[in-house]
Design a protein around this ligand. Structure first.
Ligand SMILES: Nc1ncnc2c1ncn2[C@@H]1O[C@H](COP(=O)(O)OP(=O)(O)OP(=O)(O)O)[C@@H](O)[C@H]1O
Ligand SMILES: [Mg+2]
Length: 246
């Protein structure tokens, strides 16, 4: 059974149709979502993760409809995401950001609540997550002090803290130098081998083509192709709409 099914989803922002009858599903894979700027990729993530209710169509997760659920409800079911524009809690430390992913409330930050959430178990989870994303050395720094590449990894750790079955990554390699991108690819492969399904929006074609098992191509809100990286690279519609412009 597909873990996530997008069924005929359309979405309008006023008069602008950002998604047009989009249908695809995820298998046990790293799935890429690519397409030109404004194609509707982030809007699709917003619909899947409960930040937007689609104007039309349905999203099913593990066989159940989820398109009317809020973001906090989809997280509890096992869907986690990162953002195209990184959104760590800037004044909190790296450790506190991850504790937030583990359920520690951001406000109010009372001493009593703080103590309640900094249990040996949660701190052990933080240890593990910091190791997973190689951020152990930055644990007590405010998130805003990290360079962009490390903030992206922190976002992934915070998303992983919710113990997701499906992880949605919105342009995780943006702004990374090639070695950082290679480390990130390794991290994503490891997560997938541990059973996390991944959907990845990416403009870095080399990164996406090397990493993804299958790719969905959106252009002007419509799915114009679905296939393996090799199929996508040779698809005329994709070359005309997107790859040809590179
Ligand atoms: N909140 C919003 N209100 C109005 N229009 C929006 C909103 N969010 C997105 N759009 C419009 O919807 C279309 C799809 O935007 P979206 O951000 O999903 O594209 P994208 O594929 O993620 O692009 P990019 O590669 O630049 O991130 C664009 O025309 C965008 O301007
Ligand atoms: Mg986007």
């Amino acid at each position: 059974m597909s873990r996530l099914e997008i069924r005929s989803v359309s979405h309008w922002f006023g008069g602008l149709q950002a998604l047009k009858d989009v249908t695809f599903d995820t298998q046990d894979e790293i799935l890429g979502l690519i397409g030109p700027n404004g194609a509707g990729k982030t809007t699709m993530f917003n619909v899947i993760s409960g930040f937007l209710v689609p104007t039309r169509g349905e999203v099913h997760f593990d066989g159940k409809p989820i398109h009317h659920l809020r973001a906090d409800q989809t997280v509890r079911l096992g869907l986690a995401r990162t953002f195209q524009i990184v959104k760590p809690f800037a004044t909190l430390t790296v450790e506190e950001n991850i504790l937030a992913g583990l359920g520690m409330p951001y406000y109010p930050r009372s001493a009593a609540l703080y103590k309640l959430y900094r249990t040996p178990e949660s701190l052990k989870m933080v240890d593990e997550l910091l190791s997973t994303v190689h951020l152990n050395d930055y644990r007590y720094l405010p998130a805003a002090k990290l360079p962009i590449g490390l903030q992206r990894r922190l976002e992934i750790a915070r998303a992983l803290a919710t113990n997701p079955k499906v992880l949605l990554l919105d342009e995780p390699a943006a702004g990374l130098v090639s070695q950082e991108a290679e480390e990130l690819a390794l991290l994503i492969r490891n997560l997938h081998s541990q059973g996390v399904h991944i959907i990845l929006i990416e403009h870095n074609m080399r990164f996406a083509m090397n990493l993804c098992h299958r790719i969905v191509v959106l252009a002007q809100g419509e799915v114009i192709a679905v296939g393996t990286p090799a199929e996508i690279q040779n698809d005329e519609k994709v070359i005309n709409a997107y790859l040809g412009q590179e």
